[in-house]
Design a protein around this ligand. Structure first.
Ligand SMILES: [Ca+2]
Length: 276
């Protein structure tokens, strides 16, 4: 508390100095606190006001940030890479890959086909997450549920095509329900994007929106068969799939990626809070 009061005092002093200087008052020549110091103090006070807590991270004592967007907003120079985020500060954090190139997106799936892993995992593995954050990974349905139950998120699915393009499909809402509802996915409207609407276009037989998550040991699909076992994958299977990002060996996205003529060596599913 003492530290907080001291910070308040310093910050207030700095505000007074700067405002006086701006008004050309007789005190204008008084030495001002540098503006960047004031900004840092303001950020620190904001964190404390928001009740942000801290953890012992690889870089020392670090704030428990909610997601990659919050990391970016506290440091707009933050680089793409691995960070630890906390969907709930009372629960363990999780390592995640952050795309900071467009203001802090949290990757919930990343798949590099040249460094691929098996996505033929059971329900518990998909709930907890698996893989390597810097390469191919599934963040974890439970963690993503915790993130998306509190805030409204956008979803962007980004591909790299064989000829080096990066088409993407964006949706204005994304949420995973809880484990009781088998992490049912909720997806909003398709936004103007450079890739097809692989998730919900009426052109495709199988949709993803409002579908429960299935694995070979938990058949929640709408097919008489067990889609996850048949296709050695975990996914939001309806009567199996039209677009799916977890098949062995390739990425399938209607109109953009397939196993033969349009091979995509890379995909990421990432989320960012919707400012609306
Ligand atoms: Ca079934």
């Amino acid at each position: 508390m003492k530290a907080l009061l001291l910070l308040c005092f310093i910050a207030l002093s700095a505000v007074l100095d700067i405002s006086e200087a701006n008004e050309q008052s007789p005190l204008a020549d008084k030495k001002s606190v540098p503006k960047n110091l004031l900004e840092n103090l303001k950020k620190e006070l904001n964190k404390q006001a928001k009740g942000i807590s801290y953890f012992a991270g690889e870089k020392g004592i670090e704030p428990k940030y909610l997601d990659c967007q919050e990391i970016y907003e506290n440091n707009t120079a933050a680089a793409n890479g691995e960070y630890t985020i906390f969907a709930d500060p009372t629960m363990p954090g999780k390592k995640v890959y952050c795309d900071m190139s467009s203001k802090g997106w949290t990757l919930i799936l990343q798949r590099k086909m040249e460094n691929d892993i098996s996505f033929h995992q059971d329900f518990k593995m998909y709930a907890n997450g698996f893989g390597e954050t810097r390469n191919s990974y599934w963040l974890g349905n439970e963690f993503v549920h915790q993130l998306t139950k509190k805030n409204k998120y956008l979803l962007r699915v980004v591909f790299r095509t064989a000829d080096g393009k990066f088409p993407f499909a964006e949706y204005d809402y994304f949420k995973l329900e809880n484990s009781t509802l088998f992490y049912t996915i909720r997806i909003g409207s398709y936004q103007k994007s450079t890739a097809e609407d692989g998730f919900s276009s009426p052109s495709w037989k199988n949709k993803v929106d409002n579908i429960a998550f299935s694995t070979s040991d938990k058949d929640n699909d709408l097919s008489p068969a067990n889609c996850a076992a048949a296709f050695k994958s975990g996914w939001w299977f309806e009567d199996c799939y039209s677009s799916i990002l977890t098949l062995p060996g390739y990425i399938k996205w209607q109109g953009t990626c397939d196993s033969e003529t349009k091979i995509c060596p890379y995909v990421k599913m990432m989320i960012r809070r919707n400012p609306i």
